[in-house]
Design a protein around this ligand. Sequence first.
Ligand code: OGA
Ligand code: MN
Length: 293
Amino acid sequence: MKLIPLGPGFAAEVRGAGMADIAASSDAYGEVRAAFEEHSVLVFRQQPITDELQVAFSRRFGPLEIAKAASRGEGTPFSILTNVEPDGTLVPPGHKEELRARANQLWHTDSCFKTPPALASVLSGRTVATTGGETEFTSMRLAWERLPEDLRRKLDTAYAWHDYAHSRGKITPHLASERERTTMPPVSWRMRWRNPVNGRDALYIASHTCGIDGMGREEALQLIAELTTLATQPEHVYQHRWQAGDVIMWDNRATMHRGRPWPMDQPRYMIRTTIMATDADGLAAMWPERSAA
Ligand code: OGA
Ligand code: MN
């Protein structure tokens, strides 16, 4: 296996081992798992993607999330991100899937609004846009390391709240349905996630972050906006231009990502599987009160 560096201080392309090798072999898995812990974003090209292979590969890393209420793919391990209707036609302007795509274009980490939150996401490009539709990543470890010392010390023991309805509300007030709100109430996690393998800390915030314990709402939202800006300056971003057959895996503990717009008259069809974090991934320390209970 060979790693080709891609981004500014993180992200690498994996060559010489594909999803099928990793699904089939513990040794290949061990090598890729180590690369994942180190590089935070792994790109696999020209993969023979099928739903079964994506699940078998993802399952190696831990238990899979079941897609959330009211989403395409609900009740299965597949989150479907697309502007294509099940009958093959493109969604009309203003359709819910288009609004969802716009919400995905806000910098975020996946599933910080869930319990447990996500360790990793695996996104496969089934039909990719020919212009636009890139996915961008930033390292929240490097962002953490760039923080002024006094702010880092303050955030080291801080807890933030995450709410799916909060990020959807930035696009349009009722994008999160009643059912989504009741099945996914706000949750709180520590604002830094320490990787138990290498001890490196990462800032844990997202578009979903709606408050910080002990801080007024406006002040907290202001700080979250400033932290997001600091983390996502263009020179710190890796932009991936998709080719069909690409698969990207990222560490939701240590990165943020966003989709980029594409012309809505072009089909784009992406399938994500999401791996839940466990205590072995450093989750226990994210809410010590909870793990002690
Ligand atoms: C995701 C996501 C962005 C994109 O799959 O979690 O945010 O470019 N995707 O589709
Ligand atoms: Mn996402």
